[in-house]
Design a protein around this ligand. Sequence first.
Ligand SMILES: NC(=O)c1ccc[n+]([C@@H]2O[C@H](COP(=O)([O-])OP(=O)(O)OC[C@H]3O[C@@H](n4cnc5c(N)ncnc54)[C@H](O)[C@@H]3O)[C@@H](O)[C@H]2O)c1
Length: 265
Amino acid sequence: MAPSEANVATKGNSVMRLENKVAIVSGSASGMGAATARRFGKEGAKVVVADMLEAEGRAVVKQIVDAGGTAMFCALNVTEEASWAACVAACVAAYGRLDIMVNNAGISGSAVNDLLETGIWDRIMAVNATGVFLGTKFAVEQMQKNGGGSIVNLSSISGLVGQTMVHMSYNASKGAVLTMTKSTAVQFGKDGIRANTVHPGLMPPMRTSGATADPTVRAKMLRAVPLGRNGEIDEVANAILFLASDEASYITGAELYVDGGYLAA
Ligand SMILES: NC(=O)c1ccc[n+]([C@@H]2O[C@H](COP(=O)([O-])OP(=O)(O)OC[C@H]3O[C@@H](n4cnc5c(N)ncnc54)[C@H](O)[C@@H]3O)[C@@H](O)[C@H]2O)c1
């Protein structure tokens, strides 16, 4: 979608960057997904907070509504096609369309004792890779009806490099997110659909983090970050907001590193 004056509204003195947009953010009961949902709400989007964690998800909806925004909760297990179908249907029933999909839900690969365990491979690939495929599938089908949209997928520095303490399925799943995003950009650009990846680096630990939440491990990892500190969840939300918005109208298939320079070293 080309940017237009009609897409830029104001609330008070500030520009609303997602006015008239409808967004689903998967995994937005917690962490960077919650920060993104809150930011989208402040920027005028109607936000679907989609997660397995209902109480936490409803709390994020309340935060958005209390701040003057519009949001609803949707129970979503990203590994299940029927769950996606129900969530997207609920979004369209409530808000009439879908313009932005943020495939953010994920589980960590660092909470493992056995780096070669097969069950962990299956579990992580199901959430982090198949979950993004399914989110993309349902987003594309809906966005084709609108004449376009923006998909932002959460990869990681782990999608580009290996790590000693992380199950290789995490790296593989995040690499899959990177390349399937490029497939989406190439295959559905004709429909006005953009797709980009965001690659956070050392962030506050995930709910499911193991080794990478350990302070000693984190201190060592910090030494590899040129900016010398971990990132904040709102710094990732800012990057997602940019790619989701019409400000990024000619950007698709791109990788945006939000890693304090980790991958540049
Ligand atoms: N925290 C980091 O260091 C870091 C770094 C790089 C990339 N990432 C990626 O960023 C994304 C967000 O991470 P975070 O740090 O906010 O983690 P988090 O653990 O705080 O949040 C993840 C959310 O995903 C949800 N989720 C997990 N499995 C789900 C499923 N099957 N269906 C629906 N929801 C599910 C969880 O309930 C949770 O609310 C993830 O994809 C993660 O892999 C995180």
